[in-house]
Design a protein around this ligand. Structure first.
Ligand code: ADP
Ligand code: MG
Length: 261
C-alpha cells in the first residue's frame, strides 16, 4: 500500500518526469559590450540527459552555461530552468540557483574553511538545515567522492584532484537537480584527471542531469547522450557521441577534433 502511494506521489511530481525539459534555451543572444558572444542559441536539455559541450577557446561555452544559473545575463531570448524562466526576478534566480550545482575549473573553495565547513555552508545558510543534519549530509557526500578522511583539513592541504572532488561534494550537498561543469579537469595535473572524471561518471550513471564543458573526449564517449560543438558563439553541430566523433558534419568540427584528438 505504502509502495503504491509512493509511486503515485512520484508520478504526480512532474518534476521527475523525464519527458519534461531540465533546461530550455530559446533564441538566446548575448553581447559583452559590442561583442556578440552568444548567437541565437537553442538548446533543450531533457531530465537525466548528459551533455558534453566542446569547442575552441573563446567560443562562448562558459558564457552559455553561466547564463543557466544567471552568473551571466542574456539580453534576448528565454532560458527556462526546471520550469522557472530566468529574468531579473531575484526570487526566481534564487530558486534556480538552489536547483543548479556548478563546478568550475578553479575549485573556488573557501580557503579559510575546512573541507567539512565548505560543504556545510550552503545547506545551513541557504537551505536552513540544522547543523547536525548538514554535517551528516556533508560526510555522506565526502564519502561518495572518497575523501571523508580529509574532512577536517583546509583546501590548501589537499591535491587539486581532491579539491575538485570536494567542490563536487559541496555542490551535491545542495541536492541539485542539474549539475553544470566548466572544464573541471583542465587545471589538474594529468594523474588527477581520472579521479575527478570517475566521480563525474558515477554521478552520470546515477541519473544526474549534467551539462559539462570539457575536452575530455573519453568522458564524452563514456557518458554523454549528446555532444555539442560550439564555435564563435553558435552551436555548430550536435550529435550522439559515436556519430559526432566518427562522422562530424561541419568542417569546423572536423578541424577542432583534429586538433584535440
Ligand atoms: P569559452 O568558455 O568557450 O572559452 P567564454 O564564454 O569564456 O568562452 O568567452 C567567449 C568570449 O567572450 C571570449 O572572446 C571572451 O574573451 C569574451 N568574454 C568572456 N567574458 C567576458 C566579459 N566578462 N567581458 C567581456 N568579454 C568577455
Ligand atoms: Mg570557458
Amino acid at each position: 500500500m505504502t509502495n503504491t502511494m509512493t509511486l503515485q506521489a512520484l508520478a504526480q511530481d512532474d518534476r521527475l518526469d523525464p519527458a519534461k525539459a531540465a533546461v530550455e534555451i530559446t533564441a538566446v543572444n548575448k553581447w559583452y559590450g559590442e561583442f556578440h558572444v552568444l548567437r541565437d542559441i537553442n538548446l533543450t536539455v531533457r531530465r537525466g540527459e548528459r551533455i558534453v559541450i566542446c569547442g575552441p577557446s573563446g567560443s562562448g561555452k562558459s558564457t552559455m552555461i553561466r547564463c543557466i544559473n544567471r552568473l551571466e545575463q542574456h539580453q534576448s531570448g528565454t532560458i527556462v530552468v526546471d520550469g522557472i524562466e530566468l529574468s531579473n526576478d531575484l526570487k526566481k534566480i534564487d530558486d534556480v540557483r538552489r536547483e543548479v550545482g556548478m563546478v568550475f575549473q578553479h575549485f573556488n573553495l573557501f580557503p579559510h574553511l575546512t573541507i567539512l565547513q565548505n560543504c556545510m555552508l550552503a545547506p545551513i545558510w541557504v537551505r536552513k538545515m540544522p547543523e547536525s543534519e548538514a554535517k551528516e549530509l556533508a560526510m555522506h557526500f565526502l564519502e561518495k567522492v572518497r575523501i571523508p578522511d580529509q574532512a577536517h583539513k583546509f583546501p590548501g592541504q589537499l591535491s587539486g584532484g581532491q579539491q575538485q572532488r570536494v567542490a563536487i561534494a559541496r555542490s551535491l550537498c545542495m541536492k541539485p537537480r542539474l549539475m553544470l561543469f566548466d572544464e573541471p579537469t583542465s587545471a589538474l595535473d594529468p594523474e588527477m584527471i581520472k579521479e575527478v572524471l570517475d566521480t563525474m561518471i558515477e554521478l552520470a550513471e546515477e541519473g544526474m542531469t549534467m551539462l559539462c564543458v570539457t575536452h575530455e573526449m573519453g568522458f564524452a564517449q563514456a557518458v554523454a547522450d549528446r555532444v555539442i560543438f560550439m564555435d564563435q558563439g553558435q552551436i555548430i553541430e550536435q550529435n550522439e557521441p559515436k556519430a559526432f566523433f566518427s562522422a562530424p558534419q561541419s568542417e569546423r568540427t572536423r578541424t577542432f577534433l583534429g586538433q584535440i584528438l
